[in-house]
Design a protein around this ligand. Structure first.
Ligand code: ATP
Length: 256
């Protein structure tokens, strides 16, 4: 369980994130939604423990972050931010293997996880390619594979995957694959929190949605309870209709 208590960020005389308290349970995929500048990435980075000037408290499985060793934290909590800067001509396999750095596992075991990740994110055919020569979407899949291997272990204790706009640059098939993979990982007993702009992906895949606006958490709950026309009008200034899928058990948002 990941618990944030009164987490806030105040910088340059501006409150980027007003105090927010929220608990992310194992087994749930949570989507952070909100307009540009709402504070989604700021909150996600706070959850990763990577915002030194944030206030409030963070707990992983009831333990304060401040008591977790760096190695334990990076074996249990992985963040994929929006930007990945890599200057060196590593191969795809080498970039994915960087995710194994927090682990002292044998190279054989590491290689097995890397191989699985290459299959899982459909990049096995790119394995020996120079990362810098890949397209944006291919690079994104490599980075997703890197954070995925960071959390893999024989032990089955709870882990936490934090993804900032992971669908950006992915084509529709790979978007769907990623959402299925993330949901499967969450439902296996882990915590998954991701920032998305796609309300329909949230409707379909999220167990819960946290809606942010102007640095404040404004709604929290099941997607169908949060993503209602009045709320969407207030937060996104959009006029929408919610429709049910004719054959499947989810609704979707149509912008009028
Ligand atoms: N270092 C900084 N200095 C000043 N303002 C900042 C800084 N970092 C972020 N902000 C501001 O904080 C606010 C929240 O930013 P954040 O990146 O969390 O938004 P977001 O909801 O993820 O937006 P987007 O959907 O555009 O990615 C924005 O108004 C942004 O301009």
């Amino acid at each position: 369980m990941l618990q944030a208590t009164n987490v806030s960020v105040h910088r340059f005389n501006k409150t980027l994130l007003h105090p927010v308290s929220v608990t992310f349970n194992p087994g749930e995929l949570v989507v952070l939604l909100g307009p540009n500048g709402a504070g989604k990435s700021t909150l996600l980075h706070c959850l990763a423990g990577g915002v030194p000037d944030s206030a409030g408290d963070l707990y992983w499985q009831q333990q304060p972050y401040t008591q977790l060793s760096r190695q334990f934290k990076s074996q249990h909590i992985a963040l994929l931010g929006q930007q990945h800067q890599l200057q060196f001509a590593f191969t795809v396999e080498e970039v994915v293997a960087l995710g194994r750095l927090p682990w002292n596992t044998s190279s054989t075991e590491s290689f097995q996880w890397v191989k699985l990740a290459l299959q899982c994110f459909d990049i096995i055919h790119l394995q020996n390619r120079n990362y810098l020569s890949l397209s944006g979407g291919e690079q994104q899949r490599v980075q997703l594979a890197r954070v995925w291997v960071q959390l893999q272990a024989e032990k089955t204790d709870t882990r936490c995957l934090l993804l900032d706009e992971p669908l950006a640059a992915l084509d529709p098939k790979h978007q769907l694959q990623l959402m299925n993979e993330a949901r499967q990982f969450a439902h296996a007993g882990h915590v998954v929190v991701m920032v998305l702009h796609d309300m329909n992906m949230a409707m379909r895949f999220a167990d819960k949605v946290l809606l942010l606006n102007e640095g404040k958490a404004v709604a929290w709950g099941k997607p169908a309870d949060v993503l209602i026309p009045e709320q969407i009008a207030n937060v996104f200034s959009l006029d929408v209709t919610i429709m049910s899928h004719p054959d499947r058990d989810f609704s979707f948002v149509v912008i009028n």
